[in-house]
Design a protein around this ligand. Structure first.
Ligand SMILES: O=P(O)(O)O[C@H]1[C@H](O)[C@@H](O)[C@@H](O)[C@@H](O)[C@@H]1O
Ligand SMILES: [Mg+2]
Ligand SMILES: [Mg+2]
Length: 281
């Protein structure tokens, strides 16, 4: 049977690497920082330039495909996932890191058909680590197979999370309530790369047992979601049950046991879904 999507994935890897070169060159140059949903939700000209580079390059090769791009949605385009082949793009995951030259910045490209992620590419461009996964064919970093951690004891686990971009007191309170509950299990450590996509690749790599966050967007997690599951990990909603990549809530873990143990400690809340409200709100 013809492999329909390999050429698309090869293109995603090539354009992610090219985008990573643009990001690397701009790291110390692009000082025009703008804001979106809050004063700490940053975007730069490089985010916008990289997204346009990726979309233009894909359109040349796959003119009928659709796109969900972080900065296109911020500019008012719809964020509705159909059954059509769709490229789900975060041109810079870790924009705050990029602005502060904190060395974890990723280009994240997920590819969905019939609302199922067929491949995911996350390029940690400052580390030169290309994370890839094809559905049913495993997950890799620079070609080396990835496998989640075999740790079953939450008290011997490392947890990753992010504080997101809301500073609303009630949201901050929930975030810190979850963090306090989890720290006091106790877990051995809590880390955040500052990018959802790289946090998920750390789960896939076995460095972190579980990553959770409330506030992510579909473009942050689409590619990483497949990299985690193809490395043997699981995805769940923060309140248990199946993950919904549009729900802005995610738990990515090495096992259901660890995921469910963390879910017990999360003070859940529900931000507006990606596919309901315009993203600038
Ligand atoms: O840098 P961004 O593309 O805005 O992604 C953010 C993400 O939206 C947020 O939920 C957190 O995961 C941050 O670590 C990401 O950088
Ligand atoms: Mg992002
Ligand atoms: Mg981004």
């Amino acid at each position: 049977m013809a492999d329909l999507w390999q050429s698309a994935m090869d293109h995603a890897v090539a354009v992610a690497r090219k985008a990573g070169q643009v990001v690397g060159k701009a790291l110390h140059d692009d000082r025009k920082v703008m804001t979106k949903s809050s004063s700490v939700d940053l975007v730069t000209q490089t985010d916008q330039k990289v997204e346009q580079l990726i979309i233009r390059s894909v359109k040349e090769k796959f003119p009928t495909h659709r796109f969900i791009g972080e900065e296109s949605v911020a500019a008012g385009e719809s964020c509705v996932l159909t059954d059509e082949p769709t490229w789900i793009i975060d041109p810079i995951d870790g924009t705050t890191n990029f602005v502060h030259t904190f060395p974890f910045v990723a280009i994240s490209i997920g590819f969905s058909v019939n609302k199922e992620v067929e491949f995911g590419v996350v390029y940690s461009c400052l580390e030169d680590k290309m994370f890839t996964a094809r559905r049913g064919r495993g997950a890799f970093c620079n070609g080396a197979p990835l496998q989640v951690s075999e740790q079953t004891d939450i008290k011997q686990s490392m947890v990753a999370t992010e504080f997101g971009s809301s500073r609303a007191p009630e949201t901050v309170e929930k975030i810190f309530c979850s963090l306090r509950n989890i720290l006091c299990i106790p877990v051995q450590g809590v880390r955040g790369a500052g990018t959802a996509a790289i946090n998920m690749c750390l789960v896939a790599s076995g460095c972190v047992e579980v990553y959770y966050e409330i506030g992510t967007h579909v473009w942050d997690v689409a590619a990483g979601s497949l990299i985690v599951t193809e490395a043997g990990g699981v995805l769940m909603d923060v309140e248990g049950g199946d993950v919904d990549l549009m729900s802005r809530k995610i738990v990515a873990a090495n096992s259901k046991t660890i995921a469910e143990r963390i879910i017990e400690e999360i003070a859940a809340f529900s931000p507006p879904r990606d596919d309901v409200l315009p993203q600038h709100q």
